[in-house]
Design a protein around this ligand. Structure first.
Ligand code: TYD
Length: 224
């Protein structure tokens, strides 16, 4: 059986992940793969309730961190692990790097505590105590906080994170950069400060290079 593939997508709000995630889902389906498209916080009925709280209600950074990790545990056990066991391609809009970037970088919450929670939550039964579940690849949409803020300015009503000042997103971006530096093999840094077709070409090249998609995938989501 084809082994499952777990891919997460990260970046500050306004980085433009959504269309590319949809494009990759189509590209993998075109290869005959079954795709599980999901997101964090969320992806299960319980985790979606927790998402609504995290995005809507005021709370301290530890509460926020516990809720996103609680949502993650439910999501891992009931959606991600079963999908990987079936051999699906799991495309997950944000995962634990977002916690290190937003709660750690943005809110300034203790990284050691986050690392402890990461070890607890991602030690799923499927990992048999050997290691913790991590994405096979994390596509990081990197762009300046100022550019992302300008893109968000015309967007719908902002949630608790989108309403933050540019300085918060600079700290979030620094949080992502630190995670990418610590695990360079897991991360693919994509320059998201360029036209959508160029961003897609950069992403497609990463997948082709890993042998996960054939070269014509570079024709992109806008070609359909
Ligand atoms: P996002 O994924 O950007 O969804 P949408 O496109 O619907 O706005 O929103 C999720 C927000 O949650 C985003 O601002 C980042 C934040 N977040 C955290 O603070 N910690 C986390 O661990 C995760 C997964 C997300």
């Amino acid at each position: 059986m084809t082994p499952g593939l777990f891919i997460s997508f990260e970046g500050i709000d306004g980085a433009g992940k959504s269309t590319h995630i949809a494009g990759l889902a189509e590209a993998f389906k075109g290869q005959g793969r079954t795709v599980t498209l999901t997101r964090e916080p969320g992806g299960t009925p319980l985790a979606e309730k927790l998402r609504a709280m995290v995005l809507g209600d005021a709370m301290d950074p530890l509460t926020e961190s516990l809720l996103v990790f609680a949502a993650r545990r439910d999501h891992l056990l009931t959606v991600i692990e079963p999908a990987l066991a079936r051999g699906d391609v799991v495309l997950c809009d944000r995962f634990t790097d977002a916690t290190f970037a937003y709660q750690g970088g943005g809110r300034g919450f203790d990284l050691q505590t986050l690392a402890t929670l990461e070890r607890w939550v991602q030690a799923t039964p499927a990992m048999r105590g050997e290691s913790i579940r991590q994405p096979d690849l994390t596509v990081w949409f990197d762009l300046p906080a100022e550019t992302a803020a300008a893109r968000l300015a015309d967007a719908r009503a902002p949630d608790r994170f989108e309403a933050q000042p540019v300085a918060f997103f600079r700290a979030v971006a620094a949080g992502y950069a630190a995670r990418a530096e610590a695990e360079p093999r897991r991360f693919a840094r994509i320059n998201a400060d360029q036209p959508r077709e160029r961003v897609w070409a950069a992403i497609a090249a990463e997948f082709v290079q890993r042998g996960w998609l054939p070269a014509p995938a570079a024709s992109g989501p806008s070609a359909t």
